[in-house]
Design a protein around this ligand. Structure first.
Ligand SMILES: Cc1cc2nc3c(=O)[nH]c(=O)nc-3n(C[C@H](O)[C@H](O)[C@H](O)COP(=O)(O)O)c2cc1C
Length: 220
């Protein structure tokens, strides 16, 4: 699937079937995780066949069912944006394998996580993973002019980047980010304060790069 299609196809899924992740797909995920860990200095891990992490105290928002697998994202204290950036790379990779996901900051059981944080790192967030009962549905989006400044002079690459950024998952779907073209070839991405706003910013920047093409601009 083409990258833009992958971003369009990804939605948060909270209800999962009992279908297991095939060993070949788990191996592909582990390879990608190793590549990310080498490149980023973060520590990501895959957990399969664990019924406890998404079992406990289900509030009305973020109630999960049937989820037995997840991705764990550890990193140093100041790595939230990086976790978002590389985490979304892994989420879209999982989507390319036909798996469903949901980023999850709050509504999981921390005590049930079977992997200890490496020295100097903390667990930022987990991502539910598996075969969804459905593929989920597109989120509501703020009007584009609330998130980015577009004019008659705005180049196509910036428009494509914004289109991709609008598809990014954000905590409680808050979309608390702003994108602005600066000069000919630079883009400023800003996050407004809110829950997980730094992780959200990393996710949004990853989407923007995929849409705009990294070769077309630099981050200001
Ligand atoms: C950083 C972050 C934290 C999130 N935390 C939770 C959570 O604790 N529980 C939950 O059910 N969904 C959580 N979500 C999923 C968002 O609610 C979801 O991404 C958003 O509503 C947009 O929907 P979409 O992912 O289908 O595009 C989180 C998403 C992000 C990016």
């Amino acid at each position: 699937m083409e990258t833009m299609e992958l971003m369009r196809a990804r939605h948060s899924v909270r209800k999962y079937t009992a279908q297991k992740i095939e060993p070949e797909k788990a191996a592909q995920l582990k390879n990608e995780i190793e590549a990310i860990n080498r490149e980023s200095g973060l520590f990501f891990a895959l957990v399969t066949d664990n019924e406890e992490i998404f079992k406990a105290n289900q509030p009305s928002y973020g109630s999960f069912s049937g989820c037995r697998n997840c991705l764990l994202f550890f990193g140093g204290k100041s790595c939230a944006e990086k976790v978002g950036y590389f985490g979304e790379r892994l989420v879209l990779f999982a989507q390319s394998l036909g798996l469903n996901t949901c980023w999850c900051a709050l509504t999981f059981e921390k005590k049930a996580v079977p992997v200890a944080a490496p020295e100097g790192m903390k667990l930022f967030i987990v991502v539910a993973l598996g075969y969804g009962e459905t593929q989920g549905k597109p989120h509501n989006s703020k009007p584009v002019e609330k998130l980015a400044r577009l004019t008659d002079q705005t180049p196509d690459w910036f428009r494509r980047g914004v289109e991709a950024a609008l598809l990014a998952p954000t905590a409680i779907n808050q979309q608390r980010f702003r994108l602005e073209q600066v000069g000919e070839r630079a883009v400023r991405a800003k996050a407004l304060l809110g829950p997980c706003f730094k992780i959200d910013l990393g996710i949004v920047k990853y989407h923007f790069e995929l849409g705009a093409g990294k070769e077309n601009f630099e981050w200001a």
